[in-house]
Design a protein around this ligand. Sequence first.
Ligand code: ATP
Ligand code: MG
Length: 655
Amino acid sequence: MAESGATLSNLSTESRSFPPSEEFAAQANATEDWYDRADGDREAFWAEQADRLSWAQKWDKVLEWDAPFAKWFVGGKLNVAYNCVDRHVEAGHGEQVAFYWEGEPGDTRTITYADLQREVSKAANALAELGVQAGDRVAIQLPMIPEAVFSMLACARLGALHSVVFGGFSPGALKARIEDAEAKVLITSDGQYRRGKPVPMKENTDEAVKDTPTIEHVLVVKRTETDVPWTEGRDIWWHDLVDRQSEEHTPEAFDSENPLFILYTSGTTGKPKGILHTSGGFLTQTAYTHNAVFDHKPGESVYWCTADIGWVTGHSYIVYGPLANRATSVMYEGTPNTPHEGRHWEIIQKYGVSIYYTAPTLIRTFMKWGKDIPEKYDLSSLRVLGTVGEPINPEAWMWYRENIGHNNCPIVDTWWQTETGAIMIAPLPGVSATKPGSAMRALPGIAATVVDENGTPVGNGEGGYLVLDQPWPAMLRGIWGDEERYRDTYWSRFADQGYYFAGDGAKYDDDGAMWLLGRVDDVMNVSGHRISTTEVESALVSHPTVAEAAVVGASDPTTGQGIVAFVILRGGVAEDEAKGEEAIKALRDHVSKEIGPIAKPRQIMVVDELPKTRSGKIMRRLLRDVAENREVGDVTTLADSTVMDLISSGMKDNK
Ligand code: ATP
Ligand code: MG
């Protein structure tokens, strides 16, 4: 049997390619020459990008690199909130809408930049009254309401760090994050809407702060009129404290490297890490990428990023990048099927959304619900479609292009991480051709390479480890309070070369375009071939009956590992037929035909749901437990913990 060593076998082939339209190219923000200019003088290129911001004091030096510690725009001073809010008002855009906010029950708020300036100033004055100073940490657990944005910007304005914790996280998860960051204030709400119903929030946060002595105050936004327990002296209503504050607040300029926030990674692979980001470099790269990758036009585009504010995508692409670029954004509080499965399309139609940025998990869900749902809405305002969070299967990409973009919106598949702070690998609309399932190439100014296990770059048509070989402005500055873990986690795998190793596998196709292949921990080893889960999943999703698939390698006495697949059917597919022996055989044959007999799944199970993190990523390690008949591991970061019970019992019935 062929020994392919440690390098990923490059199995699937995808030949479709979509060049940019002339019309789009003629008006695009980015141009082809950016790549060469950035390669020619990387620092000069980033200095130019930093000029997108307003600096109270110009930097002396673009980069100071004492690996693995970077300082960007050294000596520069700025206020991040001023850059996101006040400067637009001063430039005469106070009446421009910053957010069209859409509540889950259908209530709405329109917030202009002038409103935002008043709200953020009041919130900053309020936090200052509670004793929050530069360098302090403020924990925020809020639903997707405007106060979440006001709170984050108020912290930035004061030079304090926010640590936003996803609204669906348990008291235990919140407590651990408060303790790790030693937060002084917690901002939360009475309740939140979930699938059309108000559920309590403060009850949970109270549980979390019961014995976290660092918390001095809990600031509570009223959202659902839910009854709340109250601790006198500690708890304060937002409307009591914030509403009486002055609408003016003078922003202080902070050092470019002043910490901006801590954000704990989503925990797909293990214990969450407190990723630390700072100011000048982070804002420069988020503004640059939001402008170039989404072709954003201030005052014209209506932009909607569907992420939750609790994830990095919400930080970089709902708050900082878009606001630095004077975007008009949609912000939606609820779930995509409340009260009906067309809610997103209805919102796009209502506000004339032109840029829509979402995750593959949601696109596959829309596929499952069926294309007749988006068909009922006018989506002609859309110009650019984006995706982030997981590799996107080529068929899901095509579905997105055809049914949402009507074949005339470039799709930008954006690869990045909590740690990278901003987009790193993505096509540039109007410049790059796009291929279904490929993130194409590193952005101008960014250096990313695929290497083998010795750190040697692989050639076209080969796969391996994705590394970043040059520092970038929005890079993490460390793991909060744990320098050693920072070095170990990211810099030890290719220490000799000094590469940052992201944990993901990737390959080049024959044209040198980059394809992300999922986490290297998930890579399967079948008879000595290293096969990526992504490729087998994509082959399954390319079958007309399959909407979503998760694949794992389970130990196998003859092949080392055998491929076990879990699939969800598309809407309208008759369950009985698709679950039958014949249908399963057809699916196995389909994979064999698409990528070769070596990738043929040993076993396929039809399921209703897959285990996912709260940010929608498939947790393959749990499926591996099921496939290998083990007790299922830690499920605390699962969005729905009952999913695993169903899958486990289904697996037993199947035996
Ligand atoms: P943890 O590090 O705690 O396990 P996480 O990696 O899921 O959590 P994030 O930083 O939110 O937390 O996710 C980044 C990861 O998401 C990337 O490393 C990659 O695996 C995946 N990812 C993001 N965007 C893409 C994309 N466009 N294509 C492929 N994979 C992507
Ligand atoms: Mg990660």
